[in-house]
Write a protein that binds this ligand. Structure first.
Ligand SMILES: [Zn+2]
Ligand SMILES: [Zn+2]
Ligand SMILES: [Zn+2]
Length: 274
């Protein structure tokens, strides 16, 4: 499979509109973008592809990256930056299957699949297919599994994509704190490529009203606030999962400029073959 990182930013992206911080300025100077989260996964044998999350930057991403329009979409959760790009399906697709979890969220009283169905009811080209977390299902000749993670207050899922021909494995944490359940860690383990949510460095927790959580033995917070992993948390998880290669994604412009473009922080357009 061929994996293209279409969007590696958080909900405001980098550069953030109207922001003159040093990180956003440097991104502009270097022509680097971190648009809202989205990953393109292509089965090169069939030419079919899957879009993981429908970024509000969908149009820009498909105009600037050399990838085919997807044959299917997987939605991990219902936050704006992962779902609201789905409106782009209008007059671009004849039909677009969307796969999402069937588990009812006590907060919204509906599943991710139900929310997508309700919000995009006006788009008859979009059909939503319910899938049960942790169960394997096939899309475009690849094997997928939605993996429960921890992104309060909403239900959210990571994703494993396995290529049955090459044995390649892509694991994505989805938006999550460090409190990924054990069974989910097991499912995400041993990937060829891990894409891990690392919204800010741990040092930024002092600016969050909730501070940080899930501290390591040295007192470094692995969760920023309650919803996302810190860089240190994501790297810790990557080590535990024994990932061959790790790219940090869902990155905010709050990274200090001298750290924001260091390895292994991803930028839009990176491509991997697994
Ligand atoms: Zn900025
Ligand atoms: Zn989110
Ligand atoms: Zn997000």
């Amino acid at each position: 499979m061929r994996v293209t990182l279409l969007g590696t930013g958080d909900t405001t992206g980098t550069p953030t509109v109207g922001c003159d911080c040093e990180t956003c300025q440097r991104a502009r100077e270097r022509g680097i973008e971190r648009t809202r989260f989205s990953v393109h996964v292509e089965n090169e044998r069939t030419g079919e592809s899957i879009l993981v999350d429908a970024s509000p930057d969908f149009r820009h991403q498909f105009l600037t990256q050399d990838v085919s329009l997807p044959d299917a979409v997987v939605v991990t959760h219902i936050h704006f930056d992962h779902l609201d790009g789905l409106g782009n399906a209008y007059r671009v697709f004849d039909s677009l299957p969307v796969y999402a979890a069937d588990e009812v969220d006590p907060v919204t009283e509906e599943s991710v699949a139900d929310t997508v169905r309700r919000k995009y009811d006006y788009l008859d080209r979009v059909t939503v297919h319910d899938r049960t977390p942790m169960e394997r299902f096939e899309v475009c000749g690849l094997e997928l599994r939605l993996i429960p993670v921890d992104h309060p207050p909403l239900l959210c899922y990571g994703l494993v994509v396995a290529d049955p021909e090459t044995g390649g494995k892509l694991s994505m944490t989805g938006d999550t704190s460090f409190a990924v359940p054990d069974a989910s860690r097991e499912a995400l383990a041993d990937p060829d490529l891990l894409l891990a949510d690392a919204i800010v460095p741990a040092a930024n927790c002092e600016y969050h009203p909730l501070g940080g959580k899930h501290h390591d033995d040295d007192g470094v917070p692995r969760t920023f606030g309650s919803k996302h992993m810190t860089r240190e948390g994501a790297l810790d998880l990557a080590a535990e999962l024994d990932a061959d290669r790790t790219r940090l994604v869902h990155l905010a412009h709050y990274y200090p400029a001298d750290e924001a473009f260091e390895e292994p922080l991803a930028v839009d357009g990176e491509r991997y073959v697994l």
